[in-house]
Design a protein around this ligand. Sequence first.
Ligand code: TXD
Length: 313
Amino acid sequence: MARKKLAMIGAGAIGGTLAHLSLLKGLGDVVLYDVVDGMPQGKALDLQESGPIEGFDYKVTGTNDMADISGADVCIVTAGLARKPGMSRDDLLSTNVKIMKEIAEGIKKNAPGAFVIVITNPLDAMVTTMKKVTGFAKNMVVGQAGVLDSARYRTFVSMELDVSVASISAIVLGGHGDDMVPVRSLCHVGGVPIEKLIPNDRLEAIEERTRKGGGEIVNLLKTGSAFYSPASAAIRMAEAYLHDKKEVLPCAALLEGEYGVDGFYVGVPVQIGAGGVEKVVEVDLTDSEKAMLDESVSHVRELVDAAEKFLSA
Ligand code: TXD
């Protein structure tokens, strides 16, 4: 069976980590693409030289030429600017829309069969731009946010209760902004509803920390944003696709009527397998969770409208 090929579009903090994780997990050959001369080549060579130590034989190459992503099975897109302290994800919009358009054209031309996972912020607008410019089928273009946001929720619950993260199930829905929706009614620890274990005021604090989880790391790092956990999240999605796992993961998917939303990318649970986003899973939400989701979706609409203007400018 032919080796799979993964193209990391953007070889910065997340891109480099994506490449490293792919190689360690044996997902396939890796191409690191970036506009900066020498940097993807340097990271690729460094990673290749870890092969004899880690015991992998996959090829890893760095490039400034989009033609080298040719035939990629998976493209994971992080190209663009990252946040600095004091910036919201939305502040990145005008610059990153232009970058996303250029990248989408390159993917369309060179890797028309790829499963495309977008990570660049503001995520909801960037994945929408990717879908529009490539014209790929909706099952093949997805955004990464919910796997990470849900992992943050689980992490904070685990810290609060001193219980294994493996015993905690949680999902975060909606847009990847500060109004994302940690779904309290679906958070369980070993099957026990979270509200039976943590008092309301502490739960509110955990949910707020989850919503602001990205900003907390930006403020600590000062020169960039989270990269280990976003990379882990996207690799989990890539693995579900490449190994046809049919895993249900919260991802930004194009909705066409589900959750009462039509024509927008919103974070919802989806099944990922060899068919890409094979289905959207509709979960029951409480009235207040539904109201929060509607609010989050209205912010996604505003962002997408603004992105549209930059795209056509
Ligand atoms: O969960 C999520 N979705 C996210 C998203 C979590 C954390 C960070 N998230 C966003 O990912 C972040 O706000 C950024 O928009 C992206 C990438 O974050 P990263 O930390 O990897 O940023 P870097 O290190 O600045 O890397 C971006 C790279 C950098 O090397 C640039 O030279 C390159 O993108 N870049 C380009 N590559 C190719 N083509 C073009 N046009 C281009 N422009 C910049």
